[in-house]
Design a protein around this ligand. Structure first.
Ligand SMILES: [Mg+2]
Ligand SMILES: [Zn+2]
Length: 262
């Protein structure tokens, strides 16, 4: 039995060496998408394309129950089946969504910062995020991944949004995505150690992720949005530093004056 156990460790040595022997130390900047990179909620804007008759109380009750995934799937079905919009036309609408002022400049500047990886953690979906980033030439800058609900185009052209995960361990987050769990995975990567994490978000669904941050990490919370307003009630749950911002210009000034100064 001892031989078997020892043999097991030997077999895992290459993986253990990767984890403890040669990890790179880097910074990680994590961005939410809706109301953080773009200045609107993408699901809300798409729902505005529906006819008044399609905007039923029953449909919007899904939002009040935080069932975003079912909501956006129904909106996409109505747009495609009843309004006959193609996936490409929905993509065109998405591409025109406005960025938060100054955010494009900030993202492009951060992209050039040495030793910094960037990622998106969003409960939107890969189609809308991908279309928007491509419209601004930013689709390749998030080297640490775009963690969101995947979308596939069906043979009939329908967009199908699938859950990022099916989680049951966190009752603070929807079953399709626990942002805290995504952060845990990023923080425990075998390939890279993040000595400091910058988390940029605006909504209450970012709270679970921010709870995971460590004392040297910085949560950048957008002023005037729902999480900033509710933050005083949750301050005791957080270990990280806090930075508030209203637009990309202010966030850039504050980040490059403190966290990202060379
Ligand atoms: Mg948001
Ligand atoms: Zn969670």
């Amino acid at each position: 039995m001892y031989i078997m156990l020892f043999g097991g460790y030997l077999a895992r040595l290459p993986a253990l060496w990767r984890c403890f022997g040669s990890r790179k130390e880097r910074l990680l900047a994590t961005f939410d998408f809706d109301k953080t990179i773009i200045d609107v909620d993408s699901y809300h804007v798409l729902s505005q394309l529906l006819s008044p008759a399609q905007r039923t109380e029953q449909l919007f009750a899904l939002i009040h129950n935080s069932d975003w995934l079912t909501f956006i799937q129904r909106v996409l079905r109505l747009l495609q089946l009843e309004q006959c919009l193609s996936a490409a036309q929905i993509g065109q609408h998405t591409r025109r969504l406005p960025p938060v002022p100054g955010m494009l400049h900030l993202l492009r500047r951060m992209q050039r910062y040495p030793a910094l990886d960037m990622c998106i953690v969003s409960d939107a979906n890969s189609y809308m995020i991908g279309e928007w980033l491509a419209a601004h030439g930013l689709e390749h800058i998030f080297k640490a991944g775009i963690h969101t609900n995947p979308v596939s185009v069906q043979p009939d052209g329908q967009l199908l949004v699938e859950p990022y995960e099916l989680q049951t361990h966190c009752d603070q987050c929807p079953t399709n995505m626990c942002k805290g769990n995504v952060m845990h995975t990023l923080m425990n990567s075998c390939d890279v150690t993040y000595s400091r994490i910058i988390y940029v978000g605006d909504g209450c669904n970012d709270l679970c992720a921010i709870r995971r941050l460590r004392p040297d990490d910085v949560a950048c919370i957008r002023r005037g949005e729902e999480l900033h307003d509710k933050l005083p009630g949750h301050r005791h749950e957080l270990s990280c530093q806090l930075l508030d911002w209203r637009d990309g210009h202010e966030l850039e000034d504050k980040l490059f004056a403190t966290v990202l100064h060379l």
